[in-house]
Write a protein that binds this ligand. Structure first.
Ligand code: SF4
Length: 210
């Protein structure tokens, strides 16, 4: 095992023990189990179903995300193995006070959890970053309308250096962005860009259909 993978394993063991935000005892950080990743997905935060399933993107939003990735040429098993799935915060923040969806992690929770994300960026030094949803997108890209950001490749600076970023909209049913105007075409374009990156990194064998 390389030093980088040993460092990532040590990092994940420490992350699993994090209780900085003081959630209920059953709410624990949700970890990626990717081995030797060179690509990172960064989502918003896990939901209740992820707490129960113990893995990131385990519910309905995950099924949509993995369907999208399948269109980019990589199936769920391959994606979970080769793509490190991180998030802005790693513990389920609880339901939204409005009753619709999950609570958006507070700025204090986002700041607290940023140490883990920055450490992962330094360890993995990803070749490609895929921020998923507005909160993750604005962590790396300027605050602009999603239709000016999705469907394009960007170069971003982060704690681990500089790399390409191809953002995706949030796949949860709570977001209506994906169904409006030319947004399905922007998603297709983003998936084609991701497909090319994954091919160039040798992570896909077959031609994508995006
Ligand atoms: S959200 Fe992040 S910082 Fe807060 S307890 Fe969970 S892992 Fe730790």
């Amino acid at each position: 095992m390389t030093r980088r993978l040993q460092t990532l394993e040590t990092h994940c063991r420490a992350l699993a023990e994090c209780r900085m935000c003081g959630y209920a005892p059953h709410v624990k950080p949700i970890l990626s189990h990717a081995t030797n990743p060179r690509v990172m997905i960064v989502g918003q935060a896990p939901g209740k179903v992820e707490v129960e399933g113990g893995k990131p993107f385990a519910g309905r939003a995950g099924r949509t995300l993995f369907r999208w990735l399948e269109r980019a040429g990589i199936d769920e098993e391959g994606a979970r193995r080769s793509i490190y799935i991180a998030a802005i915060t790693r513990c389920f923040p609880g339901p939204s006070p409005s009753g619709r969806g999950d609570r958006v992690p507070s700025p204090a929770e986002q700041d607290a959890c940023a140490v883990w994300l920055d450490a992962e960026l330094r360890i993995i030094r990803p070749k490609l970053l895929i921020p998923v949803g507005r909160l993750a997108i604005t962590r790396f890209l300027p605050q602009r309308p999603l239709d000016e950001l999705i469907g394009r490749r960007h170069v971003v600076e982060h704690a681990g250096g500089r790399c390409d970023a191809i953002p995706l909209p949030h796949p949860s049913g709570a977001s209506s962005w994906i169904h409006q105007g030319d947004h399905p075409q922007l998603l297709d374009r983003a998936l084609r860009l991701i497909a090319k990156e994954l091919r160039d990194l040798g992570l896909t064998q077959r031609r994508s259909v995006a």
